[in-house]
Design a protein around this ligand. Structure first.
Ligand code: FAD
Ligand code: COM
Length: 518
């Protein structure tokens, strides 16, 4: 077990991080830089989020010498602090609350009619709990991954090889920009009123519970995920969506199932809505939202607005200091080796634009490290599996049915529930976490679809709404990229009951020489 003068246990890291978040100046820079190593740094990672941390870890594993500089007092970046981790907490609560509300007064579930549950209590729970993951990441990075870092210290780029932080100058063979992204602003009068929140501000500044009505602006992942959580607490949720909600789900039928279940839970989704103004009261707090919609002007009284209009790459410092090239959305342009337009300067993670997801952040960091260490690498994300949460978990890969039919002449679909006169009133799919629905509210037990090219017998799309299938999609996608056929899928060993049913559905049909849908 590691010990020594500079050793901190996970709980000691937790105390230091808490103190630094409360009093950043008083704690000052947190320095873990070896004095006994005379080697020049191979790279300075500006930002120690998923991209910077995984990049530095990979470089260190390869025998290189990375340095991470981050303005927060912990490594791991936005994921554990205000993005993925709170999102998953809120989405877990949404699923639990939908179950509790659906069965309220039945079995062992308490009566919940008319009861609104606290959003602030969950946010407070998160604020207390998030130091745990922060502390683990500092401990792991220092004691297990042997990474050098300077935390609680903003970095300033001096030139393509030099960074200033906490009054010190650091030089390296290469610079890796890993500064992430931030919530895009809402461009409407009143956007800065108290009670108007983003995913960042809700976990930092929520001071009191929202009233009975919440307006959510946006129709992408974060808007849907937070909107479903707010709704599950028993509040009225009005979603104002400029285009169409859940648009990123590629299969229309899967998307419709997801939207129908959201509406069934009471979410009011207004498509084609443009926010004109956030109205305030005399105290400077939001009092309502005014929007133009296809049906005319809409006014919703509320003391809480949540907007999620995408994320904006934090590219300004790199542009001002180095003049790196950006794309139209402000993301740093990189080639397949993660090199920017400035020699010796790399960029990774959310800073390089879509997909702004953890897998891309971590992988791009690792690929940049390998490139800097002299490997010839090529990384450009393509054909990745994806997911989001409504009150359910929605996972997908490959093509939706319409796109599949446009591209292939012989499309075969294996679906649960199947197309029958009973519609959704069939308790399938049924699996872990949906068994109560399957028995008592079959239309709520989920939806899934496997899409095949009947000629080559290959899987070309998979879609699932329910719980517990996301994990399978990570591995299924790798197999699909390698040309997985229905015969190979049907020959795998299932752990029955499993949430996706893909293996046994494939096996039921694999005997057919000329495949047909079911
Ligand atoms: P970050 O993690 O943001 O790291 C950037 C770091 O740079 C920060 O630590 C910051 O302090 C530091 N920094 C910036 N400027 C400076 C400077 N001048 N000096 C020093 N340090 C600096 N993805 C998923 O795959 N699954 C999910 O479930 C998921 N949920 C999400 C939920 C929400 C609400 C949001 C907004 C995003 C979610 N994402 C999810 C996306 C995921 O969080 C990001 O893709 C990922 O965190 C990006 O990592 P990064 O390292 O590029 O940036
Ligand atoms: C995960 C953060 S919450 S990191 O990707 O492990 O750094």
């Amino acid at each position: 077990m590691p010990t020594g003068p500079s050793f901190l246990s996970i709980s000691q890291w937790g105390e230091l991080i808490e103190e630094a978040l409360a009093h950043p100046q008083a704690v000052g820079p947190i320095r873990n830089i070896r004095d006994d190593d005379a080697r020049v740094f191979d790279a300075i990672f500006i930002g120690g989020g998923a991209a910077g941390r995984f990049g530095a870890a990979y470089m260190r594993a390869m025998g290189g010498r990375p340095l991470i500089v981050d303005c927060w007092p912990f490594l791991g970046g936005s994921c554990p602090h205000n993005a993925c981790v709170p999102h998953h907490l809120f989405s877990d609560c949404a699923a639990e609350l939908m179950l509790a509300r659906t069965f309220a007064g039945e079995l062992w579930f308490p009566e919940l009619k008319g009861k609104i549950t606290s959003i602030k209590e969950v946010v407070d729970l998160f604020r207390k709990g998030r130091t745990g993951p922060h502390a683990v990441m500092n401990y792991q990075s220092k004691e297990q991954l042997d990474i050098e870092f300077l935390l609680n210290a903003p970095a300033r780029i001096v030139d393509a090889k030099t960074v200033e932080a906490a009054g010190e100058i650091f030089s390296a063979r290469a610079l890796v920009l890993a500064c992430g992204a931030e919530a895009a602003p809402l461009d409407a009068p009143g956007a800065h009123l108290a009670g108007v929140h983003t995913y960042e501000s809700i976990v930092e500044t929520l001071g009191r519970d929202p009233g009975p009505t919440i307006v959510v602006i946006g129709g992408g992942k974060t808007a849907i995920e937070y909107g479903c959580f707010f709704n599950a607490t028993g509040r009225r949720v009005v979603m104002l969506v400029r285009h169409r909600p859940l648009e990123l789900i590629p299969d229309a039928e899967t998307r419709a199932y997801g939207l129908d279940r959201m509406r069934e839970q009471g979410i009011e989704i207004i498509e084609g809505a443009t926010v004109v103004e956030i109205a305030g009261d005399a105290s400077g707090r939001v009092a309502g939202v005014i929007a133009e919609t296809a049906a005319g002007r809409l006014e919703v009284a509320t003391d809480f607005v949540f907007h999620a209009l995408g994320e904006r790459p934090r590219s300004h410092m790199a542009v001002e200091a180095l003049g790196v090239d950006l794309d139209a959305k402000g993301a740093v342009i990189v080639d397949d080796s993660l090199r920017t337009s400035v020699p010796g300067v790399y960029a990774v993670g959310d800073l390089i634009g879509a997909p702004m997801e953890m897998f891309k952040a971590r992988k791009s960091g690792a690929y940049a490290a390998r490139a800097i260490m002299g490997e010839t690498v090529s990384y450009r994300p393509s054909d990745w599996p994806d997911f989001l949460h409504t009150h359910y978990e929605v996972s997908w890969l490959g093509l939706g049915e319409d796109a599949a039919r446009a591209r292939y002449r012989n499309v075969v679909v294996l679906k649960l529930p199947p197309d029958t006169p009973d519609g959704l009133n069939v308790g399938l799919p049924a699996g872990d976490r949906t068994m109560l629905y399957a028995m008592a509210r079959p239309h709520m037990s989920g939806f899934q679809k496997l899409i095949l090219d009947g000629d080559t017998r290959r899987v070309i799309g998979a879609h699932h709404i329910g719980y517990g299938a996301k994990d399978a999609f990570q591995y299924l996608n790798a197999l699909v990229k390698r040309g997985l056929t229905i015969d190979e899928l049907g020959d795998l060993d299932e752990l029955f009951l499993n949430p996706t049913y893909f293996i046994q559905l494939a096996r039921l049909r694999a005997g057919q020489t000329s495949l047909t849908s079911m």
